[in-house]
Design a protein around this ligand. Sequence first.
Ligand code: NAD
Ligand code: GLY
Length: 370
Amino acid sequence: MTHATTAEQQIDQRIVDIKLDDRSYPIVIGSGLFDDPSVWSSAGEGNCAAIVTNATVGPRYVAALERAVSHRFKRVINIELRDGEKFKDAASLNQIFDGLLSGRADRKTVLFALGGGVVGDMTGFAAACYMRGVPFVQVPTTLLAQVDSSVGGKTAINHPLGKNMIGAFYQPRLVVADLDTLSTLPAREFAAGLAEVIKYGPILDLRFLDWIEANIDALISRDTEALGYAIQRCCELKAEVVAKDEHETDVRAVLNFGHTFGHAIETGAGYGVWMHGEAVGCGMVMAADLSARLGMISEAYALRLRTLIKRAGLPVVGPRLGADRYIELMRSDKKSEAGEIRFVLVNEHGQASIRSAPDAMARQVIDANC
Ligand code: NAD
Ligand code: GLY
């Protein structure tokens, strides 16, 4: 749904609702959102807010966010983390707790996660833990975070032995995705976000896949209309899945298309060497290849997905870690059961399923794509 705010502003806002009983919340998508007070009304108000960001995003957007929310809170604490996936760890989490405790943040303090998926995941986890849970708001500033990580309540930090292994399901009370922030996003980070946009097509909505193929150039050139629609559609699709299976006991796992191979790439190459979205893009190429080898899709469909991922500016050949290392890393994936690797695989009707595959076949996929 799209609506205009005040007549003077004439800003189109798209709103997607996450429906989870008393944990329901809106995602507001649009331009100029930092300047529209009505957008922040469900952020809460009170004594204290804390903005958690990083050294790259903070200098660009903290002042605008502070202006947007400072009239709602008596004081605002700023916490600036180091930038990078390799700092998505216990030390950074502790830095958030240090900032909150030394700033005397009470249990009604609202945390604002200003940044990409790394800041969002860590701030969400800090909010879940601090004084056994304080409210938080996601203010995603990367495409990946706007279409995926800020929505649905997965929060985590990495462990040296595995990605996102320490975390919690904890929903924000509001998500504000301002399209204007994407103007400063470097091309590589933007492409990484496109991987998660593409992901939604083959697993949930073939018409959306057609739309992405037809509009990939508009998306790459950051056309606001195209971006607004893509972010809205991704959030709608994710909202449907999360409403059915918040804690990933079942269907939510389809959102991990490309992630089994992708997490192995990210962990195996060393956190931060491959961006999460890049690894997912390449992981989708490999998962599509595996789907084709299992007879679930044609080679032509697998090639169609590979071509789109490549057009988005993403790598389609994985790092040469060796098949043994890939298999070892994939065995510790959260979807594994009794040591058996489980993959999200697709058919040609825009549907996904979770299946195991013979190790020998997974090795063929690795050898053919890395
Ligand atoms: P990121 O948070 O590292 O951001 C990428 C880079 O862009 C960083 O250097 C960041 O500082 C910079 N940046 C952010 N916004 C910017 C802006 N507007 N202008 C200029 N630079 C900007 O990476 P990401 O791709 O946003 O997120 C990846 C993370 O998200 C991974 O840790 C992944 O595990 C996680 N993730 C979580 C979920 C979930 O459901 N919780 C889903 C997908 C991914
Ligand atoms: N990004 C996958 C999920 O939220 O379930």
